[in-house]
Design a protein around this ligand. Structure first.
Ligand code: ADP
Ligand code: MG
Length: 243
């Protein structure tokens, strides 16, 4: 497993020791305790794999960290990108939380959750349009993001006219287009054959990594996990290893 030494010694930038922090985060669905007292700290620049058996709470953890699901107990806190402080996700209004998700987070799901009636370019441009970028600029930036992901020339295709691997690259481009602080990927290659999965994962690790950005990837694949900086292992809703 790689470690990430020396980040705090980077004197050129103001030190931001953590980006997102959950303390004692718990979530139940009825009697099912899906997540129990999760303590997680995500630092800028790192990639983290989340592993565990089916039903162990991986998706729940991701959704709680992203403020999609409110925790029943505990806190999830996000550092502001301008260094002016941090925000408790639960203390924000739903509108503020949605806006923050749109600006600071990118999501890649197993099935891309792309809009089939839109072209690849339009899908990628959407988060920018939602944050007020002009149509022309959003389109141009979407094209260049698609090119970065090896999809140049495919921007005018609808999602159904792309292969599974190409569609997941579109989903990655859409997740990256706003320059988010955190990328959440929930089994992003789970629906692909292993060769394509590897290519898509390469694309995610290459384009999704950045000094100020963290990548969280839920995966069943030990090879995928081994390429991340560390692994969080879940069992029955509890983090059993976080190294
Ligand atoms: P994983 O992603 O590791 O497969 P999940 O986080 O999806 O696990 O689920 C953890 C547990 O919570 C499971 O027992 C699952 O059935 C339950 N669960 C997840 N989401 C819901 C929901 N919306 N309603 C009821 N139970 C849920
Ligand atoms: Mg899941």
């Amino acid at each position: 497993m790689n470690t990430t030494p020396g980040r705090s010694t980077d004197a050129a930038r103001p030190a931001m020791h953590w980006l997102l922090r959950a303390e004692g985060a718990s979530k139940s669905f009825g009697k099912t305790r899906a997540l129990i007292g999760a303590d997680v700290t995500i630092t800028p620049g790192e990639s983290v794999a989340i592993m565990g058996p089916s039903g162990s709470g991986k998706s729940t953890l991701l959704h709680v960290l992203a403020g999609i699901l409110p925790a029943d107990a505990g806190t999830v806190i996000l550092n502001r990108s301008d260094g002016s402080g941090h925000d408790d996700l639960a203390a924000l209004s739903e509108d503020a939380r949605s806006s923050l998700r749109l600006r600071r987070f990118g999501f890649v799901f197993q099935q891309g959750m792309l809009l089939p009636e839109l072209t690849a370019t339009e899908n990628v441009a959407l988060p920018l349009l939602l944050t007020g970028t002009s149509r022309a600029e959003a389109g141009a930036r979407a094209e260049s993001e698609l090119t970065r992901l090896g999809l140049s020339g495919l921007g005018d295709r609808r999602i159904g006219q792309l292969s599974g691997g190409q569609a997941q690259r579109v989903a990655i481009a859409r997740a990256l287009i706003t320059g988010p602080s955190l990328i959440f990927a929930d089994e992003p290659t789970g629906a692909l054959d292993s060769h394509t999965a590897n290519d898509v994962l390469d694309a995610l690790l290459h384009t999704g990594r950045g000094p100020d950005r963290a990548l969280l990837v839920v995966t069943h694949d030990a090879q995928v996990a081994s390429r991340c900086d560390r692994i969080i292992r879940l069992r029955d809703g509890q983090i059993e290893a976080n190294a």
